[in-house]
Write a protein that binds this ligand. Structure first.
Ligand SMILES: Nc1nc2c(c(=O)[nH]1)N[C@H]1C(S)=C(S)[C@@H](COP(=O)(O)O)O[C@H]1N2
Ligand SMILES: [Mo]
Length: 160
């Protein structure tokens, strides 16, 4: 079954909320309209689904890096090594789950232009919730849709 066919119409019903939690100075709940506060980026992507073949989509939204940076991740920004133990855990409404590392999206390291899209193929995602967009991924599995929670976790390490 295609999720896009079951996706509710935009503009009806309550807006989905996304919780940013974990090692953050300013944990926050955000809606898709809230994501308009950051600079918007547009991308065209193609990815391969193991079951559905090649898919093409257009997404609009802020950089995940910009949104998470505003929430105050708990590392010392002056010390580059301090960021390397941070994970970003993304969970969709259906429980689909994917991990990124902070270094993957950090401009000093992987610089991956990962978006937290509020719009897909010209449809606002207000009701379903934002979608993670990873233009660098060949496979579609980390394009988590209906994102409900993003947890920043800096506890990973030899002492944890
Ligand atoms: N929430 C959620 N997002 C998800 C999935 C899922 O099962 N749940 N599947 C992923 C996989 S495996 C693929 S290939 C893409 C497919 O996206 P599309 O059907 O919108 O092209 O969504 C990804 N995002
Ligand atoms: Mo997939």
């Amino acid at each position: 079954m295609s999720r896009s066919r079951t996706r509710p119409a935009a503009g009806t019903g309550p807006a989905a909320e996304l919780a940013l939690t974990g090692d953050l100075a300013r944990p926050v709940r955000l809606t898709v309209p809230d994501l308009g506060a950051w600079p918007q980026h547009r991308v065209r992507v193609s990815f391969e689904c193991a079951t559905g073949g090649v898919r093409h989509h257009r997404f609009t939204g802020p950089l995940l890096y910009d949104v998470l940076s505003a929430a105050g991740p708990g590392f010392d920004p002056a010390r580059r090594k301090d960021r390397l133990r941070f994970l970003i855990a993304v969970t969709g409404a259906d429980g689909h789950h994917a991990l990124l590392t902070w270094a993957e999206i950090d401009p000093d390291f992987g610089r991956a232009p990962v978006l937290l899209a509020g719009g897909a193929d010209d449809t606002p995602l207000d009701r379903s919730g934002p979608q993670l967009v990873l233009p660098q991924d060949r496979c579609g599995a980390r394009y988590v849709s209906g994102v409900r929670a993003i947890r920043v976790d800096g506890t990973f390490g030899p002492g944890a």
